[in-house]
Design a binder for this molecule. Structure first.
Ligand code: 5GP
Length: 191
């Protein structure tokens, strides 16, 4: 997606060799117009996949997921990183390793958010080692629902996530694919 790549080059900042900071349009300040374009793009890519729900993890996935749900006219669920007292006993839970925070998190969804027969589209802001997307896929499958696909805003193709998701048999579509972040410079897979 041309517009997204331009924005990454203009506003993104590389931290070390493997982290891209995009706090000015995605992870802290959010550009709603860009998010709407992203949502429409995902909706177009997955329009034939009978998506009945969209799922993400709080908090950075919520903006693109919400816009995708709006375009597809389906509900959006976000997995929670802390178990609130309002969450019923018998909620579904799985452990993931946070790429940016280097900690293990248990993420939760209420059991009755997903049913057998649901086809669920996973949306996330970044794909690094695939922990978040694979964790969401586990929650979907625990509920007896099906993964309809995985939509990623920014894929870091030099990390393990893409290979792991392909290997698990999920259809992955990423709007920007980064080949490397060496020397503080963003190199895309396709120019
Ligand atoms: P994964 O679970 O695929 O290892 O990592 C994806 C998650 O980690 C995303 O939900 C995202 O929040 C965070 N993440 C991974 N890499 C980056 C990065 O380069 N920049 C930012 N801002 N977040 C990242």
């Amino acid at each position: 997606m041309k517009e997204l790549k331009r924005r990454i080059l203009e506003d993104g900042r590389v931290i070390g060799t493997d982290i891209l900071k995009v706090d000015h349009f995605l992870n802290h300040q959010i550009d709603p117009v860009l998010m709407q374009t992203i949502g429409n793009k995902f909706a177009d890519i997955f329009k034939k996949d009978q998506v009945s729900k969209v799922i993400t993890i709080e908090s950075s996935g919520i903006a693109p997921a919400l816009m995708t749900g709006l375009a597809l006219k389906v509900p959006v669920i976000f997995a929670r990183k802390k178990k609130p007292v309002t969450l019923n006993e018998g909620s579904l839970a799985t452990e993931i390793v946070s790429f940016t925070k280097h900690v293990r998190n248990t993420v939760y969804i209420e059991k009755d958010m997903l049913q057998t027969g649901d086809r669920v589209l996973i949306i996330d802001d970044f794909l690094a080692n695939g922990e978040a997307s694979l964790g969401l896929a586990r929650l979907i499958e625990m509920a007896g629902a099906e993964v309809a696909g995985v939509g990623i805003v920014i894929e870091k193709s030099f990390q393990e996530g893409r290979r792991r998701l392909d290997h698990a048999g999920y259809r992955v579509c990423s709007l920007a694919r980064i080949a490397s972040l060496g020397n503080g410079k963003v190199e895309f897979v396709d120019k």
